[in-house]
Design a protein around this ligand. Structure first.
Ligand code: NAD
Length: 355
């Protein structure tokens, strides 16, 4: 069954309900760290979205969330009865916040339930899965967004403008990296079956994204090497990867991702006439920007990345507009990630498969 919004949009009355626009109901699937500490609190600030249900495999969490967020027993689903969400007209969007390899299944089940889907990064663990998710959402006529929050963050947006408008001349090279020292050896992020990969899938994807949206191009050729110091802890997934990208215009990028040490969280864009960059580039605690010209600062107030992205996705649904980081954007990253892994395996430069 379609959500109320789906029915309303289908009958062409999407803009007539409330002048301010009603808040869309979001259901969170997976109540781990991100849902608990970032997404749910952000849903208390959003203008166009509100928490309408949760999906959890842990009944005690359901009880706790009912108390904290005033949900009813009917608004708590588990992974088994999740498909009944189709009958809940208060839920418009399903937000998939599960281990990476579960994104595919729950995105497709949500689409079949007639719900729009907002999926955490990485969109899935293979390009094949991404394609299937896109097809399922298109077939169900629901939107699919990927949670690339940096694309809405003011420093990143300004950096994109610097590049697009050639404020420092033509962009020639990017140096980007994101990593941290991984903790608990038992976590799902170190299990290939759940994570699909290591640092690259988890955080390297942010550096990759930055290179793609700063150049405005898709990389044509990838060369990558992997380093593994702790072969026991990282037996199943990558620990540190360095990769280089060549873009069709001749722009280049060098990137690093790691689970081996802290402090790597930046990009520098080298242009014909100057440079700009971000430190603390990809976290949600606040960015720190700089440029080579003190008259052109890269400074903005801190924003709530999660509230911002959920409001923008909700507005795209309400106003029947395109949403930038759609499933295709998630797919493009997985195609590059697969080329990176192929390059590590073969020891040779790899082309990126076409979308
Ligand atoms: P987490 O481990 O804290 O939470 C995962 C949730 O999935 C838990 O509630 C767990 O109970 C549930 N789960 C269901 N089946 C599971 C299984 N078989 N094994 C393990 N857990 C299972 O993880 P998280 O940090 O909340 O990450 C969830 C997703 O969000 C990931 O895809 C991650 O990449 C993404 N994420 C995005 C950001 C961001 O800034 N956008 C930040 C952190 C995580």
């Amino acid at each position: 069954m379609k959500s109320v919004l789906g029915a309303t949009m289908a009958s062409g009355l999407a803009h007539s309900a409330e002048p301010g626009g009603r808040k869309l109901g979001w259901a969170l699937v997976g109540l781990g760290n991100l849902s608990t500490h970032q997404i749910a609190p952000a849903l208390l600030k959003t203008k166009h979205a509100r928490l309408a249900a949760v999906v959890t495999g842990t009944p005690e969490k359901g009880v706790a969330w009912r108390g904290k967020y005033g949900l009813t027993a009917e608004q708590i689903y588990d992974y088994g009865n999740f498909d009944k969400i189709a009958n809940d007209p208060a839920v418009d969007v399903v937000c998939v916040v599960l281990p990476n390899s579960m994104h595919h299944e729950f995105t497709i089940r949500a689409a079949k339930a007639g719900k729009h889907v907002y999926c955490e990064k990485p969109m899935a663990v293979s390009a094949k899965e991404c394609r299937e998710m896109i097809v399922a959402c298109e077939a169900a006529k629901v939107k699919l967004g990927v949670a690339y929050r940096c694309q809405f963050e003011p420093h990143h947006k300004e950096a994109m403008r610097f590049s697009r408008e050639k404020v420092f001349g033509d962009l020639r090279h990017i140096d980007a990296g994101f990593g941290f020292k991984s903790g608990d050896p038992k976590q799902w992020r170190l299990r290939a079956a759940l994570a699909g990969g290591g640092a690259l899938m988890d955080v390297g994807i942010y550096a990759l994204q930055a290179c793609r949206y700063l150049t405005g191009e898709e990389p044509a050729e990838i060369t990558a090497v992997e380093t593994k110091i702790d072969k026991v802890k990282f037996a199943e997934v990558d620990e540190t990867i360095q990769w280089a990208m060549k873009f069709p215009s001749g722009k280049t990028a060098n990137c690093l991702t790691t689970y081996s040490f802290n402090g790597c969280n930046h990009f520098t864009a080298f242009c014909e006439k100057g440079r700009f960059g971000l430190n603390q580039a990809y976290g949600y605690g606040g960015q720190s920007g700089w440029t080579s010209d003190e008259k052109i600062p890269l400074e903005h107030p801190h924003t709530d990345h999660f509230a911002e992205q959920m409001d923008i996705f909700s507005q795209a649904i309400l106003q029947q507009r395109n949403f930038g980081p759609s499933g295709h954007e998630g797919l493009k990253d997985l195609l590059v990630i697969e080329a990176i892994y192929r390059s590590i395996k073969t020891g040779k430069a790899q082309a990126v498969e076409a979308i």
